[in-house]
Ligand binder design. Sequence first.
Ligand SMILES: [Cu+2]
Length: 531
Amino acid sequence: MRHARGAETGAGKVRLSRRRVLNGGTALGAYFILPRAAGAQHQGHDHSKMGLDPGPIVQAAAASVDQPLLEPEVRRSVNGVLNTTLSCRYAYKDIGGQKLYLRSYEGTSHGPTLRMKPGETLKIRLSNDFPPNRDALPQNMALPQNMALPHQFNNTNFHFHGAHCSPSGISDNVMRSMVPGKKYDIDIALPKDHTSGTYWYHPHHHGAADVQIASGMAGAIIVEGDFAGVPEITNAKERVMLMSQVVYDSFGMIENFSTVFPETATRFLAINGQRRPTITMRPGEVQRWRLVGSQYQDDFFLELEKHNLNVIAYDGIPLRSMQELKTLLFAPGQRADLLVQAGAPGTYEFRALPYDQGHPSPVGPLGRLVVAGDPMPMKLPATLPKPPFEDIKDSEITGKRTVTFSATSPEADAAGHWQEFTFLVDGKTFNPNRIDQRVKLGAVEEWTIVNTHFHDDHVFHIHTNPFQVTQVNGQRQPDLLWRDSVIVPRNGGSIVFRSRFLDYTGVFMLHCHMMNHEEMGMMQTVEVYKD
Ligand SMILES: [Cu+2]
């Protein structure tokens, strides 16, 4: 991705001599070189006449916006196995005219898109190529206050977000610690009846996951095969779109937790590591946009100017009928599969609108839809196939429980340092040595998630089993959506869901997917056990 964008950007906006292109080199990426004389005259001197050549003057360019949307490299399964490697390493990334030096997968702005089918196995040889951690492990990590300190940002691991698979061993086990300089095998087998749709992967090492996701360490996983027999969907061109809030310090890096913490930390928004990319369609064309909520912290209130957002799946799980929306509230961790039908020729903004999630959600352009060319008559589907899961009936419920999200904050909340906040589940910060919820294998439970935090909405996410949302703030939800991540409204708000704890025993996590909060302790362990 980087190479293509860097080269096109410079050449497209400024007429460069061959010598300057060679001098500038590809290392300059999305920066371009101003004609030397212009820079010199600005100083009131012409150094070239004086024989003093100051060399090319490099200035950050706005030219790296409005480039065609690029998608991550695709890696596919072969004979039932997706066998690949992933290197975790530092890389230069050119995003929106900013040259950043951040942790990455494979040195690209986002990791490769992995495509596989239900019943297949994902085998990854993960190489942690980060340098050694600069900080020592806090002394006595058993102390909860120490476990809630972000730390050791070069440790990592691998989480297949939304998968129904084993949370143990070398499968989707987020308790693993993958340290710098070593290689690790990951082996995740999906059951044959796994849902097909849009999933994603990201690091989940407590202490480091937030900084790594904020750095763009995320990739899409497409489990193929949904909507077979619906040509309006299967014939549509697909686009994978990884959403991000771009953050960095004055060195273009993320080396300190305070780079990501204040709610105002976001510099701008991006899709696939590009600032305001362009998406082209022909009038009447239908495309399937696979949106991945890989933004590290905040909700996006999405709008595509003068176009409907037609949702056909949330969180990788197909809907029973298409939702025709004008706006979509999109939380970290979530996915939404949209059918977009292009209208009349023109340019339309794809953007995040103002929204109050307790603090203002980040706003700004995400991309631009450019509709041009000959009409392409396509249709939206009239109906969708039967969805994959049966509704959970009252008669199935074997138990109920309540989980409470809360937080404490300083008086001057907006200006507070991260050390002045605590984020809690059931009154406690995360402790990996404690089991918080024990659930018998095969149980079907109804859970109420309460958010007593006066200030912020939070995003409840649980691993291994999806759930069906039945109530929000006491209101029955007629659409009974299946999800793996859902917003819990602030100040006494609540959601109720039902879930079947099927197939897999072991320990996994529930947490807030606003990663700052998870990192500071808003996470619990869940153990599914067999008698
Ligand atoms: Cu939260």
